[in-house]
Design a protein around this ligand. Structure first.
Ligand code: SF4
Length: 205
């Protein structure tokens, strides 16, 4: 967490706790790199500054705003999510992972991420980067597959701070570690802040 406070990137969706803005960023970041999302994110929010503006747009206009980002199913799901929240929840994005998962296009990861990043709830959010760090740090021999995935979620939940604000930093930090230091291509254990606590890092020393 100390490492993240010093080295974490200053990304626009980390400067907000607005659930709508957090959801937009999470949908855009599914399958798209951070650098690419940054420009689109700001432009999209100028066009649709809140959930009501997005809900009342036409599907064609939303699709056009998504042009260049690809995976248009995400745009359609985000649009349906906005309409559902406005119609059924008075425009208020729910705060618990259980309720969030009832929304279109929201799976376990996105529900955990929104609960943590928008509402500062101590909920796990295991994406590809987090899974890689947890696997290398705690379960280097873990099998891929559903049982392995359950194990990683259990681990994330066990090591997470219980205070929401700290959990926000923890989730952002472990994600950032996977994006910058413990990457898919190379594990830079020599410069990693958690190597003393990491099974892979200790073995490589
Ligand atoms: S010590 Fe190495 S393997 Fe472990 S988390 Fe850090 S970079 Fe990844």
């Amino acid at each position: 967490m100390r490492w993240f406070r010093r080295h974490g990137r200053d990304l626009p969706w980390r400067r907000t706790r607005d659930p709508y803005r957090v959801i937009v960023s999470e949908f855009m970041l599914q399958q798209t790199q951070v650098a690419r999302v940054e420009g689109f994110y700001e432009r999209f929010l100028v066009r649709y500054p809140d959930i009501h503006a997005l809900a009342s747009a036409s599907p064609a206009a939303v699709r056009e705003s998504w042009n260049g980002l690809g995976y248009y199913r995400r745009a359609a799901n985000l649009h349906r999510l906005a309409q559902s929240v406005v119609r059924e929840r008075n425009g208020v994005v729910p705060s618990t992972p259980e309720e969030l998962r009832k929304l279109p296009g929201v799976g376990r990861y996105t529900a955990g991420a929104v609960a943590s990043f928008a509402y500062e709830r101590p909920t796990a959010a295991v994406d590809t980067n987090v899974a890689r760090v947890l696997r290398r740090a705690f379960h280097p021999r873990l099998d891929a597959g559903a049982a392995g995935e359950r194990r990683l979620w259990d681990t994330a939940e066990r090591i997470m701070p219980r205070a929401g604000r700290a959990a926000w930093v923890f989730n952002q930090g472990i994600m950032e570690l996977g994006a910058l230091v413990c990457t898919a291509r190379v594990a830079r254990c020599g410069e990693c802040p958690v190597r003393e606590a990491c099974a892979t890092g200790r073995r490589r020393r």
